[in-house]
Design a protein around this ligand. Sequence first.
Ligand code: ADP
Ligand code: ASP
Ligand code: MG
Length: 417
Amino acid sequence: MALIVQKYGGTSVGSVERIKNVARRVIKWADAGHQVVVVVSAMSGETNRLIALAREIQPEPDPRELDVVAATGEQVTIGLLAMALKALGRDARSYTGAQVGVHTDSAHTKARIESIDEQRIRDDLAQGRVVVVAGFQGIDAQGNITTLGRGGSDTSGVALAAALGADECQIYTDVDGVYTTDPRVVAEASKLATITFEEMLEMASLGSKVLQIRSVEFAGKYRVRLRVLSSLTPWDVPLEQEMRSGTLITFEEDQQMERAVVSGIAFARDEAKITVVGVPDRPGIAYQILSAVGGANIEVDMIVQNQSVAGYTDFSFTVGRGDYARALDILKTGVQSHIGAKDIIGDPKACKVSIVGVGMRSHAGVASTMFRTLSEEGINIQMISTSEIKVSVLIDEKYLELAVRALHKAFDLDAAA
Ligand code: ADP
Ligand code: ASP
Ligand code: MG
């Protein structure tokens, strides 16, 4: 008998029929003797609808109240799934994050899980119940409802699996595993049977939305066995087949010699570039620019500072597109005259494409293949950043899909290759 945490995303619970199918699948696992804790997202589109409602009232919604609104999507699905389970004869209980003691910090709309009181869940499991928990939400020390950031139900699932010491955390979604790149963009993308934890962490942080980055961080920290698999297969596929399906996130760099140099291609569409033009090249400038932006809780990603000419240089960096206008405003009003910059310019239509692979460590020339491929397609690279296992470039968003397809082919990732 194993203890399994299963997380079902928005599409997987997107209709009453799909919720019934999730119930049948869960019962299949429970009937085989496993203890099952289920974490669910809101029905697909629901969180967007709730956030849009809030914005109709307040264009920049109050974060505490936004969390109160946004967290309701998951409350609907836990109740519906528990009913579906009971209707099929399986005892079940639904719980919100607060009810089950998912304690977070107070950073509304992007709270971090600090601890989980798992006793109540264990008691229910011991009584043969399926426990259904609302993803994406928790409660802070003052009793306020918090949410964990978009895609946060993945993190709820992995955190619960860690707290319970589950044998596996299964992330059921609308694709049947982790692919070499988003299969919705490149039809030739192929499914990976395994991906190393390190690669998955890079893929998630560089924009692959299949897993929220914090869920991968949690899995790494607590060594949670994590699998991504499809909820859209018939619910009655044999259990032995289902338990080996999808993609397993591994901690070993197994069969490294046979692995491709590049395992996957990630991309992020919603980037924006800001350039501080003509700043004096002296100590403290980068600090003054970036601390002003960081102080407003805006995350900075890629950073480039040019060689100075006659004592002046240009300083460029990227931020999420949602923060672009605010970052530009902060620099123009609060920083430009202070540091003596000539101008602040920006481009809100950038995107980032990255190649990822642990195989890069032992292979030279990977970056140059990337740059050659982009140049053959006439794509201009605006910024570059590298780590041991990834190379990222910033390009104009209109070339995104072309770049991803060309790189997928150049690194022999096309399924037919
Ligand atoms: P859920 O609602 O189940 O959480 P998400 O939409 O958050 O599902 O994540 C699944 C989606 O992630 C897929 O539909 C796919 O378009 C996208 N995706 C992006 N990159 C990848 C990748 N490398 N492999 C698989 N799916 C990916
Ligand atoms: N419902 C939330 C969202 O849409 C959380 C999730 O689905 O993981 O972001
Ligand atoms: Mg998701």
